[in-house]
Design a protein around this ligand. Structure first.
Ligand code: ZN
Ligand code: ZN
Length: 354
């Protein structure tokens, strides 16, 4: 597979092989879902050692490496190391201390190199989406948009946040989504001021804003969207807050393109919210990258030192949260290009009053 070759081609010079067994990285390089399995990438060849539960699928689908049935993992790894003269082994820095120590104990013939270089190399490769990855994310977002249209019909006073969250997920899965890309956030009325609040048993009331942050999985790829809707006429203050968040979302989106520092894009939205008098009420970053994981790097944040690149999938999600009263967040997911971005989120974001 091209991805494995690319990794081998960029291997640091002082390493002879890379061992990958983190779940998302394994999925990225092998293209198959599994709860176990070890990929070893040397400069000339790659091996995927996987147990009996997955061996049939692996043999039929995994390309670009030799698929080996796992028997005694460390002995099999030692054999590969001997064959290729591997002395220094790079690993992912996301390993637990226990996993790191086990590798060192079981593979005394190699120097296990624990630093951030492998993680950085893989992250750099994973962040730029290939056309097939973009296609999967578009499909995940399509389920999400359709679930949103459905939920606008479902919401009415008396339904609880939990019921709305369940209906969103159930409907998306009926459409074909593999699952939820994260635990859904459905918060209404005073709970709306909790950016990552948990759906409760509180029934929705007339006059509430409901913020729904949700997404689906397609081919293992995530979508991520937030919409805030009103149940009954929300009143002047809520409308003003909503319009401010919408302006922040739109203006930031107009600023997104390759070459712009991520913190400048964050600032566009932050300035609009601050100028409207809500500077203290937007306490999180503007957005994050999305892929196999829901939160990936880079981020649109005032602390980011990264530059926006073509091929990134990023969210644009400003919010205003008024403690104990209500909150508004609007989140779209975009594909960054050389001269702008393509909004993958199709749901209406003008205020919907149900
Ligand atoms: Zn979200
Ligand atoms: Zn998000």
């Amino acid at each position: 597979m091209e991805r494995i070759h690319q990794l081998a081609a960029h291997m640091p010079e002082d390493m002879d092989a890379i061992l990958i067994d983190g779940a998302y990285n394994r999925l990225y390089y092998t293209g198959m879902h599994s709860s176990a399995g070890t990929l070893v990438v040397t400069r000339d060849e790659a091996y995927f050692i996987i147990d009996f539960r997955y061996i049939e699928v692996a043999k039929n689908t995994v390309k670009g490496c030799e698929v080996i049935l796992q028997k005694k993992l460390y002995e099999q790894l030692s054999e590969i190391f001997k064959k290729h003269g591997i002395r220094r082994l790079g690993i992912e820095e996301t390993k637990t201390m226990d996993e790191y120590l086990t590798l060192k104990e079981k593979l005394p013939e190699v120097e296990v190199m624990l630093d951030r270089r492998i993680g950085n190399l893989i992250a750099k490769q994973r962040r730029i989406k290939e056309p097939c990855e973009l296609e999967s994310i578009r499909r995940a977002q399509d389920y999400t948009d359709r679930a949103f249209s459905h939920i606008c019909e479902f919401i009415q006073p008396g339904r609880t946040e939990k019921e709305i969250a369940l209906e969103l997920e159930f409907y998306a899965r009926r459409l074909g989504a593999e699952g939820a890309s994260f635990e859904y956030i459905v918060v209404a009325g005073p709970n709306g001021s909790l950016p990552h609040g948990h759906p409760s048993d509180r029934p929705v009331e007339k006059g509430d804003f409901i913020t729904m942050d949700f997404g689906c999985l397609a081919d293992g790829y995530c979508s991520d969207m937030t919409r805030t809707v009103a149940v009954g006429e929300p009143g002047e203050e809520k409308r003003k807050v909503y319009e401010t968040v919408l302006q922040a979302n739109l203006s930031a989106m107009a600023a997104i393109r390759a070459g712009v520092p991520c913190k400048e894009i964050d600032k566009v939205a932050r300035d609009i919210i601050a100028n409207a008098g809500y500077g203290d009420c937007f306490g999180h970053g503007l957005g994050h990258s999305v892929g196999l994981e829901i939160h990936e790097s880079p981020r649109f944040s005032y602390t980011s030192d990264e530059i926006c690149e073509a091929g990134l999938i990023m969210t644009d999600e400003p919010g205003i949260y008024l403690e104990g009263r209500f909150g508004v967040r609007i989140e779209d997911m975009v594909y960054v290009t050389e001269d702008g971005c393509i909004n993958l989120t199709k749901s209406d974001k003008n205020l919907i009053v149900l």
